[in-house]
Write a protein that binds this ligand. Sequence first.
Ligand SMILES: [Zn+2]
Length: 745
Amino acid sequence: MRFLVLSLLLLLSSALVNTSLADGADILGYDQAGSVTQRAAEQRLDAAINAEEMSEWLRVMSATPHHAGSAAGKANAEFIAGLLASWGYEVEIAEYEILLPTPRVREIELLEPGTFTASLREDSLAEDPSTSRREHLLPPYNAFSIDGEVEGELVFVNYGIPEDYEILERNGIDVNGKIAIAKYGKSWRGIKPKLASEKGAIGTIIYSDPADDGYGAGDVYPKGPFKNESGVQRGSVMDMPTYPGDVLTPGRGATKKAKRLKRKDAPTITKIPVLPISYRDALPLLSALGGEVVPKEWRGGLPITYHFGPGPARVRLKAKFNWDMVTAYDVIARLEGSQYPDEWVIRGNHHDGWNHGASDPLSGQVAMLAEAKAVAALAKAGQRPLRTIIYAAWDAEEPGLIGSTEWAEHHADELKKHAVAYLNTDGSSRGFIYIGGSHILERFLNQIIEEVNDPRFELSLKERRRAYDRIYADTDKLKAEARDRADLRIYPMGSGSDYSPFLQHLGIASANIGFGGEADGGSYHTLYDTYEHFTKWLDPGLEYGATLAKVTGRATLRLANAPRLPFEFRGFADNVALYVDELEELANTMRDETEKTRQLLEEGTYAAALNPHKTLGPPAEEPPVPYFNFAPLRNAVDRLEAAANLFDAATANNAGVSEEINQLLFSSERLLTRDAGLEGRPWYKHYIYAPGFYTGYGVKTIPAVREAIEQREYAVVDPQIEVAADVLNGMAERIERLSTLINGE
Ligand SMILES: [Zn+2]
């Protein structure tokens, strides 16, 4: 009784600041009485989340380096499993045998002019005791670089992305037979050696330029959060846009007995050796480059004039690895649903780090643990979720989403049958909420951030984010939209964390949630991602971490308890309409630009305007861009919009509560996948969201059409438009069927 009064009071006090509560709006998928009960449970969830306890877990788990395959990594998995079991979960540690290279030899030497040997070492700092705990620390390296020793002229390729190579080509610079040095940033790091090797380079060096996340961005650690001169970003360079996970077992779980590729046949290991370095080590290399001065946009923050090369700098690069099989430990904790045990809500965050990993991944991991503890306490107090909840702490995310991918592949059939949704978090800091995900979850997630307040402001997370977007969004159109659109758009997801196998391989509606924007820094994947750094600079007091647990806790519980699953299709239709607009705009812009360039070339304008004392030549002439037939996609979008409106009308009075309807709802995201997958990378089966083949983390929406246009494979565009339209029509048909069922017709 005392609890009831207390929770009512809490409900009333929060109703004063939360408009949707004041309005008495029902939770999506719930009726009025159900909404009241659910919100009361959420008040208890909030009350159970304890930032001090989270901070203590963070301190314990980040005390030593805990990468996949390390003793500390295994100890952390056991620590997490122990906590979850003590709260009442059925816990299992799923083991996978994966190939995981660690460095054996790392050498970078400048041979001429002058000589220099790169230290490839990060400094310990007296101000941060964790940085002196180096036992079992993995030195800076890029996982899944091939073994090799190469020697050649050095050439600067800026960020090493496709447009950088266009500039190099216009300057007559061929990277063939040379060693490319690229800045970190602007693409996922694995793209840099992939493109360099496609262009004929024999090795790649990646460095962090101080303009991006060092002294050019702010005070460096320990004075500030940014990268000091010795900091090196580690990270995987596996070709994840082809497939993530264990390189030897694409498409199947890496169990002990699984059939494996030979290492030499694994297509996702790089073709050329790669090593990452600090800006202290990059300075003598870049200083030794001659050739033309780079364009203004290519300059970084080092106190030198940046040149392209190639040469006269000659460099030797040697990288050799221990190609060990190690065990990955995924902690899987289950709370069986009281009413629909065969419908699973899955919530995950990885536990392995590159080193101490306080921010990445433990800041998200401790938020998930706080949520799991609170959910278990609710269950013990008699509010057991209706559906089964599975908490997963993944191992080996850093080397290539390996723990989550292997588990998802291993259990693919069950997951396709039972998974309602997958909710992901990873490293998180402070500031503004960001949410990516399946757009059938857009309304659902917006409703949650309307009801959770920013810890620093008497404003909902949604209003804070809206304010930010109104001022800082990239374009005027987006600024206006932030003011006028009822729901904030959730961003479409490419890759970069453990949602990828669930969304893009299995077609499970997914979301990725975190905070950021008020605490940039340079600790990512360096020795400096420590408890000290995180709690001083990124989220002191874990204030935003605790708020994250409230957001994801609501999402998990609402999905687990909703009488009708809280999926909605108007947001989906509206976002797809936007992507189709973008595709048409992309084709039109490319057509105009191609024609403009052709004219300028024909009229001799480039020849007259270009500086004859410089090497920059005119761009290459491309064949004209034809007109494509977007009508099938336009018609599919119209049908989707109409179907989404019908569904909204049908569910207006909280109708549509049945197992059959829920089954049709949660399996609807599967319809956006095709078994054959994307051309050339069949692991990726989703036809609306995929990571870009040449961007890595960056998403490509309606990827088969978009990449065909971007890569000027014109003959493929119309057929791929037909396929994408078929996929969307399948979804529209499902929504129509749902409305018919709900209306009892
Ligand atoms: Zn991470």
